[in-house]
Design a protein around this ligand. Structure first.
Ligand code: NAI
Length: 286
């Protein structure tokens, strides 16, 4: 039987989540996605109307099949955690069972088990503010949506992951080097995510024979990245300064993800793997 993957954080065809879904589909995996509740409607409508058909094309000419789209808000673990104003919000009230615990239960009821879990989501409401001007609430919100969301997903999905399975997340070099402009506690959130990758690799390895890695990706003009405000500058900086002076394609991250969750990477766990045209290795670029 082919492998089954759940990819959290797909809401259009521009981001890393979409590229990872495609690479896994091309390798024969069955694709399930988790889509942020407020973005669900437009994503499903676009999918249904064929708006993504061009970008659903796989190398063999067939179209990637997304077997099921689950509404998800990874900031909430179970229904008890959802505040009243969110519950009654029009965009949320139209969907159900979108807390992490409920999504894992739904996937279990629908399919029984998965082999691959991908976390490709982040959110920092104050990302445009320097850390020095970030509020406690903004900082904690960044950590909640971008770091704890991964702990929670793995916590709830591990029981339905087949032994030998693997999970990955996406991180950014701002966790270890100062990147002015990547604010609001997002740099802190990525540092937590990378540290958690090592600890979760140990725990999930021992508990369920599951591998845990994270990809430190270079800049991509995704929807989330455009919200930060200076993504074009980051892309240009990389183009000028990286060892490989070429555009970084989302598919290159997708391919690395497919490798990392495959048996080819059977001894790799707890790692941060750079897919950034080598930019992270530079001190002074000339
Ligand atoms: P994206 O916009 O395609 O993906 C982010 C997704 O997170 C969106 O689909 C959004 O709806 C979802 N999301 C936000 N809050 C959520 C929540 N509470 N629950 C569920 N889903 C939620 O953008 P991108 O850039 O592809 O982001 C994917 C990952 O890649 C993120 O972890 C990001 O930090 C990371 N990354 C991105 C880089 C870039 O330059 N674009 C560079 C390095 C890492």
């Amino acid at each position: 039987r082919g492998k089954r993957a759940f990819i959290a954080g797909v809401a259009d065809d521009n981001g890393y989540g979409w590229a990872i879904a495609k690479a896994l589909a091309a390798a024969g995996a069955e694709i399930l996605v988790g889509t942020w509740v407020p973005a669900l409607n437009i994503f499903e409508t676009s999918l249904r109307r064929g708006k993504f058909d061009e970008s659903r094309k796989l190398p063999d000419g067939s179209l990637m099949d997304i077997v099921k789209v689950y509404p998800l808000d990874a900031v909430y673990d179970s229904p008890e955690d959802v505040p009243e104003d969110v519950k009654s919000n029009k965009r949320y009230a139209g969907s159900s069972n979108w807390t992490v615990k409920e999504v894992a239960e739904s996937v279990k009821n629908d399919f029984g088990s998965i082999d691959i879990l991908v976390h490709s989501l982040a959110n920092g409401p104050e990302v445009t503010k320097p850390l020095l001007e970030t509020s406690r609430r903004g900082y904690l919100a960044a950590i909640s949506a971008s770091s704890y969301s991964y702990v929670s997903l793995l916590q709830h999905f591990l029981p339905i992951m087949n032994p030998g399975g693997a999970t990955i997340s996406l991180t950014y070099i701002a966790s270890e080097r100062a990147i002015p402009g990547y604010g609001g506690g997002m740099s802190s959130a990525k540092a937590a995510l990378e540290s958690d990758t090592r600890v979760l690799a140990f725990e999930a390895g021992r508990k369920g024979k599951i591998r845990v890695n994270t990809i430190s990706a270079g800049p991509l003009g995704s929807r989330a990245a455009k919200a930060i405000g200076f993504i074009e500058k980051m892309i240009e900086y990389s183009y000028v300064n990286a060892p490989l002076q070429k555009e970084l394609l989302a598919d290159e991250v997708g391919n690395t993800a497919a490798f990392l969750v495959s048996p080819l990477a059977s001894a790799i766990t707890g790692s941060t793997v750079y897919v950034d045209n080598g930019l992270n290795t530079m001190g002074l670029a000339i």
